[in-house]
Design a protein around this ligand. Structure first.
Ligand code: IMP
Ligand code: MG
Length: 183
């Protein structure tokens, strides 16, 4: 798989360093609060596992499974909760953990849904953000990396449910070019 993608957009080392920083920041911001770290699956699974272990304060671990896209690269514009949290979040300090914020529709929908359950606070931490692609205005408290408008895979992110296990972040168009080169 590494041979298909070649050079990473974000390397494992860059990822480790940035996640350590985010973890420290979040631990300090949430000290003494009632943190519930909510991972948005499937995309956030890799980031979540690393981030949660970098936040050295007590927390609750929760996940929500959503589908926001069709099978390919284009947004369906619809967000569906496929599997919900296991516990109420009323009075808790909820931090949503996302893989990537693109149009912003997924995060906007989740904020709307979860804020009805009256958490004390509700914020967003995303590994990646593509600011150029935003169609709705969303508040992102923590952003790992801002990236240009390219379709990326690896470290949890997929293209047609593949490449999530690539240990770094790569651009899909790079792979397309390479496939054409070798064809
Ligand atoms: P949004 O609702 O448009 O912000 O899109 C959020 C979701 O779209 C993410 O959680 C991803 O599942 C998917 N997505 C957006 N851009 C990419 C990308 O470059 N690679 C892989 N998935 C992406
Ligand atoms: Mg996806």
């Amino acid at each position: 798989m590494e041979r298909i993608f070649g050079r990473p957009i974000v390397t494992q080392e860059q990822m480790r360093t940035r996640i350590r920083e985010l973890g420290r920041q979040i631990a300090s911001d949430y000290a003494g609060k009632d943190l519930v770290l909510v991972g948005v699956l499937k995309g956030a699974y890799a980031f979540y596992a690393d981030l949660a272990r970098a936040i050295r304060i007590p927390m609750q671990v929760e996940f929500i499974v959503v589908t926001s896209y069709g099978p390919g690269k284009k947004s369906s514009g619809k967000v569906k909760v496929v599997s919900d949290l296991t516990e109420p979040i009323a009075g808790k300090d909820v931090l949503l953990v996302e893989d990537i914020v693109d149009s912003g529709l997924t995060v906007q929908h989740l904020i709307k849904t979860l804020s009805k359950r009256k958490p004390r606070s509700l914020k967003v931490c995303t590994l990646l953000s593509k600011p150029e692609r935003r169609t709705v205005d969303v508040d992102l408290e923590y952003v790992g990396f801002k990236i240009p408008n390219r379709f990326v895979v690896g470290y949890g992110l997929d293209y047609r449910q593949q490449y999530r296990n690539l240990p770094y972040l790569a651009a899909l168009d790079q792979a397309d070019e390479r496939e054409q080169e070798s064809a």
